[in-house]
Ligand binder design. Structure first.
Ligand code: CAA
Length: 392
């Protein structure tokens, strides 16, 4: 049986205009900086100013894709986030309005911790397989926030990835068949009244690794593929040391003996952006994939890449894709690198000011203009979010 090729045709990611260095963080906390640089494998974390949220981040991620296609052809937006802006209205509908997409377009928000982006991608591929005319925008966007002075504080960050899912994709074909695993556990959660997540940190890393082993076994049963069939491995990356641990766990499970060099070749390129952006929850697996695409030389053409998505709570999935011929021509590497390089460094007091400045539960609120992106959250009026273009 031959399958139609379906997958990611274009993809682009965005982060905020500001970051906090973990060297600054270590100094403030009186901790050895190597706990962060080496122990958890993070150097910087992108920090969202008060007028940035998942809607403005996703608009920044999507705009360069729309410049290359007829935006009226988009048939659906699947918006994955665990930092939603409203309990009822989908963040994707705010995005749809800002970007002026066709009214003949369906929009829905998806949630399960960091897993929802992968769920959106899999749903979109099924929709396109059922109807090849569909062109679906999958958005994965999150702002990772923990309480100040908790162990999670060093693993914050933010980002959004926009992916256009079509038939005959130019970047990667997502292969049919995947392995998945669900278990009702409390390793990380955010009750409705809280703006920051609660986490049982050490337990969460154990559940992550167990979910990887379970999803991998199921993947093998479902697809018959073996470890050697995969060239590069992308993992959900809350911090890069987690991806390191994940790959070592998988290598051990399949009974391999690996040199450090082989290990680095298979996983390191997918960690480079995440190391300096931080956790972006549902987006972070795909920021890792973009990092792989932007950094591996020579070409990745025809290589098989695996994706392991993990959402605390927990749901996990392992699946693969094949990089398409000529994919380099449609990458937006320059834009990714420029955005990261142009971020402005914050000192610790300014980071705290960003953190504490805003009470989004107020009926009316004016937000200071700090976000330099195309759109910003400018106010809340009668509990309604007001977004404005930055040039208006
Ligand atoms: N030099 C080198 N290494 C050092 C060091 C130093 N000076 N000091 C400490 N380290 C090492 C430690 O040995 C430890 O290594 P191992 O993990 O290999 O044992 C590592 O640095 C971290 O040190 P601690 O365990 O002391 O750190 P911590 O208690 O502050 O907690 C954490 C770390 C659990 C990751 C915490 O940051 C956290 O809770 N983060 C949020 C939760 C999270 O990201 N969980 C990941 C799985 S869940 C998930 O993936 C979903 C999601 O996105 C949240």
């Amino acid at each position: 049986m031959t399958f139609m090729k379906v997958g990611i045709d274009l993809l682009h990611f965005a982060t905020s205009d500001y970051f906090l260095g973990l060297d600054t963080f270590a100094k403030e906390k009186g901790t050895d900086v190597n706990k962060y640089f080496v122990g958890i494998g993070q150097e910087k974390m992108s920090i969202a100013p008060p007028d940035e949220d998942v809607v403005t981040l996703s608009a920044k991620a999507t705009t360069p894709i729309l410049e290359q296609i007829d935006k009226n052809e988009i048939t659906a937006i699947l918006f994955a986030t665990e930092t939603a802006v409203d309990q009822s209205k989908s963040a994707g509908v705010f995005l749809h309005g800002l970007l002026g997409l066709s009214k003949h377009c369906r929009v829905i928000e998806l949630k399960h911790a960091c897993y929802a982006g992968a769920a959106g991608l899999q749903m979109a591929t099924s929709m396109v397989r059922a109807n090849p005319k569909e062109k679906i925008l999958v958005i994965a966007a999150d702002i990772a926030r923990y309480d100040v002075d908790t162990s999670g504080e060093a693993t914050q960050g933010c980002g959004a990835v926009a992916m256009l899912i079509t038939e005959s994709p130019r970047v990667i074909e997502i292969e049919p068949g995947s392995g998945y695993f669900t278990d009702d556990v409390m390793d990380f959660w955010r009750p409705n009244h809280r703006s920051t997540a609660l986490v049982d940190g050490k337990y969460s890393t154990k559940v992550y690794l167990n979910s990887l082993k379970e999803a991998w076994s199921h993947f093998q049963q479902q697809t018959g593929k073996v470890f050697e069939d995969i060239d590069y491995f992308c993992y959900h990356i809350p911090f890069t040391k987690m991806a390191e641990k994940a790959h070592k766990t998988l290598v051990k499970k399949v009974g391999k003996k690996f040199s450090e060099e082989q290990h680095d070749t298979q996983t390191l390129p997918s960690q480079l952006y995440n190391r300096i952006v931080g956790n972006s929850y549902s987006a972070s697996l795909f920021v890792g994939f973009i990092s792989l695409l932007d950094h591996v030389q020579p070409s990745l053409e025809n290589k098989r890449v695996s994706f392991f998505s993990y959402g605390s709570g927990c749901v996990a999935e392992f699946f693969t894709g094949i990089i398409q011929k000529g994919y380099e021509k449609v990458l937006m590497t320059q834009s990714h690198k420029q955005q990261i390089e142009q971020r402005q460094e914050l000192d610790y007091p300014t980071y705290l000011k960003f953190y504490h400045q805003t009470d989004y539960s107020l009926e009316n609120l004016e937000l200071p203009k700090i976000n330099k992106g195309k759109f910003r959250l400018s106010a809340i009026e009668n509990y309604k979010r007001i977004y404005t273009a930055n040039n208006s």
